[in-house]
Design a protein around this ligand. Sequence first.
Ligand SMILES: [Zn+2]
Length: 411
Amino acid sequence: MNDYLIFILALLVFNWLLSLIVETLNLKNASTEIPGEFVGIYDDEKYAKSQRYLKDTTKFDLVQSAVMLPLTIAFILLGGFSWMNDIAQNTAQSMILQGLVFGGILMLIGQIIGLPFSIYSTFVIEEKFGFNKTTPKTFIADIFKSLLLTVLLGAPIFALILWIFSSVPYAWLWAWAALSIIQLFILFIAPVVILPLFNKFTPLEEGELRSAIEKFAAEQKFTLSGIFKIDGSKRSTKSNAYFTGFGNTKRIALFDTLIENHSTEELVGVLAHEVGHCKRGHIKKTILISMASTLLMFFILSLFISKPGLYAAFGIDGTPLYAGLIFFGFLYAPINMILGLLGTILSRKHEFEADAFAAETTREPTHLISALKKLSVDNLSNLTPHPLKVFLEYSHPPVLDRIKALRKFEG
Ligand SMILES: [Zn+2]
């Protein structure tokens, strides 16, 4: 066994053990007593239901990772990648086409293994708790649309990166520049080209809500290029709101399920939070940080991409670039995890800042607080996650922490 292989296997096992520990701690942290803020909002029965939901989804995640770990290790040790490489080399002549075959097989395997889990999660767990609205037709259409996007966007990008790494000096720098431009372009077109493939965006109708949102935006000198209602109810009763795009494709999208269950004041509170993300420069910052971390990744990739040991670890003779890009992903996982951790720390800080912006600009935090409470109850969110789980995975602070911070703005 070579050093790369030992390192990668140890990493896979370590990650699995870590998630096992975190999830166990998280389950133990659930308390049957309703937290003070939620007394009167949750009744005992619904609160117990939220805890059953936590248990079921956690168990599901643990089973999935317990299946994926041995499958991944067996695939590596039994020469799965070398088998894929043989197919790629027998199918195509050029390295780039071989890469597309190799990547395509890997994607199909991933899809096939993921499918039963995805079906179970949507049609058994989400169904059991009354969230699921996805019809089998929508479910299948979603799979094909995602595959189509992967083929139309993913394949050319993968081919471009392969071409750069096989023909251009300082490939890591050029690959980074090319990918960054493409990512910005995708972010720009996503709201008008990609997202409408999955959801229907309807301009929010004239009326009390639209006027209230426009009044708030005008007060904040915030140009909204579109306020849309999207049909989240097509897939789930869970609700959400988000901003997409930037520049003149910038849109606010409110789930129909959110609009249904919240008052106008609460919705303006939610919108103010989203506007806060823009006004405080969070979106720009996040894009810049992601570009910087991509640069780091490509640089480290350039150090390992021609090491025969990395390929030998996966049973491959020679150094076919397309396989190296995939193998590097295994090697890079720890750095990726650390960067991801820093990213979630920053994201939680941004959430507090956006909440503070909403509290200051709407002059009272009450409505955002009640919106957050309703969202938690409607989505059966875990109110008492374990601090380690929050530290490792939460992009948003736990709702009780957000409410506590918002209460400080009460007049
Ligand atoms: Zn936010």
